[in-house]
Design a protein around this ligand. Structure first.
Ligand SMILES: NC(=O)c1ccc[n+]([C@@H]2O[C@H](COP(=O)([O-])OP(=O)(O)OC[C@H]3O[C@@H](n4cnc5c(N)ncnc54)[C@H](O)[C@@H]3O)[C@@H](O)[C@H]2O)c1
Length: 286
């Protein structure tokens, strides 16, 4: 299964990052979104990201120019017919993804692999949307895609072994390290990371230490590059809360109970960097 052209559905944060990684690796990217404005924003974002890499001396200007030429954009799903693999990276909504996957299946070649970059929806459940579920797989990239070296390759119950092999090989061509994961809520990284962040909120709420001390503790004592509370502000407290709520529901285990302080801060609209206030206060909203 040689993958040379990758279709990407969704030109947002993750979609345009995936398109960038694909094009820099020398493959063709076909990026689809619902409006020309969304596609233009996606291309502008990745062009800016490439420009920064060139100005820092991390990428050749000629590689950037060639990469930009390998990216095609369209609002027409029919353009996915040239793709060997289509990665769905649209808004995180199960109903929307179900509709999009049917559209992808109708447009893509019968032998094309179909993947989703979903963070929280079951790959096994999404696969049932397709007439041919064995060609469906999870390909979970991390944000920002051009910088983060991990891809979780998630096999649903129906996923064929050769599909998983082809996707792992592609991840390596994109200069990423794939890890093989069996479908389960949160996959591997978020399953471990988000409950740790939640525990940091319990430690804060109990007054065991201040936010600064908790973060310093995990940076200096566990060698984490960023403390769990600062990371919560970066991810968004609302996102952390909704992940905990999904774990509690899906596993039915009270160990995934969200910290009441986290819930309280989300209710107050203190969502982190994006609202200028979370655990910490920020001058600039980002
Ligand atoms: N942002 C992250 O940190 C992160 C990390 C890993 C995985 N993910 C997952 O990646 C996916 C995308 O997240 P994002 O942060 O890039 O979202 P985003 O909101 O930045 O982008 C989503 C894009 O999908 C487009 N879209 C919506 N409906 C569409 C349709 N019918 N056809 C084509 N395009 C459509 C939107 O116009 C938008 O451009 C989600 O499933 C999310 O869970 C996100």
């Amino acid at each position: 299964m040689a993958i040379e052209t990758v279709g990407i559905v969704g030109a947002g944060t993750m979609g345009n990052g995936i398109a960038q990684a694909v094009a820099v690796a020398g493959l063709k990217a076909v990026m689809i979104d619902v409006t020309d404005a969304a596609l233009e924003r996606g291309v502008a974002t990745l062009a800016h990201s490439l420009e920064r890499l060139v100005s820092k001396g991390k990428l050749d200007a000629a590689v950037r120019d060639a990469a930009l030429k390998r990216i095609e954009t369209s609002t027409d799903y029919a353009r996915l017919s040239s793709a060997d693999l289509v990665i769905e990276a649209a808004t995180e909504n199960a109903e929307l993804k179900t509709r999009i996957l049917k559209q992808i299946e109708a447009a893509a070649r019968a032998d094309a692999i179909i993947a989703s970059n979903t963070s929280s929806i079951s790959i096994t459940a999404l696969a049932t949307t397709l007439a041919e579920p064995s060609r469906f797989i999870g390909m979970h990239f991390f944000n920002p895609v051009p910088m983060m070296p991990l891809v979780e390759v998630i096999r649903g119950l129906q996923t064929r072994a050769d599909v998983a092999d082809a996707v792992r090989e592609l991840a390596q061509r994109l200069d990423k390290t794939p890890i093989g994961v069996k479908n389960a809520p949160g996959f591997v990284v978020n399953r471990i990371l988000v409950p740790m962040i939640n525990e940091a909120f319990f430690v804060l709420a109990e007054g065991v230490a201040s936010a600064e001390e908790i973060d310093a503790g995990m940076k200096l004592g566990a060698n984490h590059p960023i403390g769990p509370l600062a990371l919560a502000d970066l991810i968004g407290l609302d996102v952390c809360l909704s992940v905990m709520d999904v774990f509690l529901k899906d596993f039915g285990d009270s160990k995934y109970r969200a910290c009441p302080l986290l819930r309280e801060m989300v209710s107050a609209g203190q969502l982190g960097r994006k609202t200028g206030r979370g655990v910490y206060q920020y001058d600039k909203v980002s």
